[in-house]
Design a protein around this ligand. Structure first.
Ligand SMILES: Nc1ncnc2c1ncn2[C@@H]1O[C@H](COP(=O)(O)OP(=O)(O)OP(=O)(O)O)[C@@H](O)[C@H]1O
Ligand SMILES: [Mg+2]
Length: 382
């Protein structure tokens, strides 16, 4: 989880990047106190209204006091002289405030560097969330794509979406990504995969989020075996905060390799008898494999279906409470046609909100309660 402060004078300035910062302050002079209060802050973004001299003084001081802290400077126009002076002071990036993508990229880069520099940062690496169902068409890929986008939070976290539906994977289509590279290209590297090798297989999607696409056809899919999947996940783990795995509608050898390395089991169910029956079988299998019960998250998709069973029926049949209820919405197939998951451009949509709940259940909380009183305490005193 990342903690960012945005410093910009003026009433209610809007942050020009995608990831809403945890705090906003109006003056650079307020930053040291807030930083003392919050040792978990990793990035300070200085807005275009912060005078260059103040930005330089602040950054110079942090370079000594807190070298792992990143400072990104935004300017209305990036001039070479400003750039040189800022970088000399230790600013990690100077970007145009009007260039949202550049702001996102600079923030993501700085957060990444902080993680590498900060010895206290947890080295455990990514948590693996596997989206599963013993049945086709219940919404696994919908959940996996939207969850990955949500977890990435516009660049706040690093997320890799892995399409383990090796025969018919459609993550590439759902995200409109070019089928240029992916899992199939890992076959030749089996047994000697490293970070650079894995990076050459990834397709970047948005700030903080990459995809590892399924092979183009079933024949190539067969070559990606269980050992290779295990090897891939081990190499990916230290590179990301979350790995989201989309799966085919059955437990293959390759899926087992992922399940064995999974921290959160997101089981997608729809409120009908065939889906419930397969979900029960899946839960029994998980039981046998001794996957921890408190890591199973039941996602009830199409929870509002009028012809379907009630939430209570589903919970009774599964012997477990549902974690998240996701409604049916024609916006889901529409979003597929547009190639943009709802979570990417309509965060207030009920489907996106369900995914935010699921992300929170997987431990991705943004510390909202802690932030409000502090923001008030330190915010906008001019
Ligand atoms: N909540 C929803 N509301 C409306 N349509 C949905 C919803 N969830 C999924 N769908 C639609 O149902 C279809 C199947 O969804 P999806 O591809 O996510 O399922 P899947 O479990 O991955 O399928 P497969 O087993 O074939 O991989 C898609 O057309 C998708 O747009
Ligand atoms: Mg699918």
């Amino acid at each position: 989880m990342t903690m960012t402060i945005y410093c910009e004078p003026g009433p209610e300035p809007t942050f020009p990047g995608s990831a809403e910062p945890a705090y906003a302050v109006a003056e650079a002079s307020q930053l040291p106190a807030l930083l003392t209060e919050r040792p978990d802050v990793q990035l300070v973004v200085l807005g275009p209204g912060v005078p260059l001299a103040e930005a330089v003084a602040f950054t110079t001081r942090q370079r000594v006091e807190r070298p792992s802290l990143g400072v990104v400077l935004l300017r209305d126009h990036v001039e070479v002289t400003v750039l040189a002076e800022a970088l000399r002071a230790g600013v990690r990036d100077v970007v145009a405030a009007g260039d949202r993508d550049a702001v996102d990229a600079a923030c993501a880069r700085s957060l990444e560097l902080t993680r590498r520099l900060n010895p206290e940062a947890p080295a455990a690496g990514a948590q693996v969330v596997t989206v599963f169902a013993g049945k086709g068409g219940v919404g696994k890929s919908t959940v996996a794509t939207n969850l990955a986008v949500t977890l990435a939070g516009g660049g706040r976290r690093r997320v890799c979406l892995v399409d383990l539906d090796l025969q018919f994977g459609d993550v590439g289509i759902l995200l409109q990504l070019p089928p240029e590279r992916g899992l199939a290209d890992a076959v030749g590297m089996a047994g000697r995969l490293d970070e650079d090798g894995v990076r050459s297989l990834l397709t970047p999607y948005r700030p903080g989020m990459d995809a590892l696409l399924a092979p183009a056809g079933p024949a190539e899919g067969d070559q990606v075996d269980r050992e290779l999947v295990a090897e891939l996940l081990e190499v990916l783990r230290p590179m990301y905060d979350y790995i989201v795995v989309d799966t085919p509608p059955y437990v293959s050898d390759q899926v087992l390799a992922a399940l064995d390395r999974t921290d959160w089991f997101a089981l997608v169910v729809t409120p009908d008898l065939p889906s419930l029956k397969s979900a029960r079988l899946t839960l029994t299998t998980f039981e046998m494999l001794q996957y921890p019960a408190d890591r199973r998250l039941i996602v009830l998709n199409r929870a509002d279906s009028e012809v379907g069973l009630t939430v209570a029926d589903v919970e009774k049949a599964l012997g477990q409470p549902t974690a998240v209820l996701m409604p049916s919405s024609r916006d889901v197939p529409l979003s597929v046609n547009r190639g943009v998951p709802l979570a990417a451009d309509r965060p207030a949509h009920p489907v996106a909100r369900a995914m935010a709940e699921l992300a929170a259940r997987c431990g991705a909380r943004d510390d909202d309660r802690a932030r409000r009183p502090l923001a008030r305490l330190f915010g906008r005193r001019r």
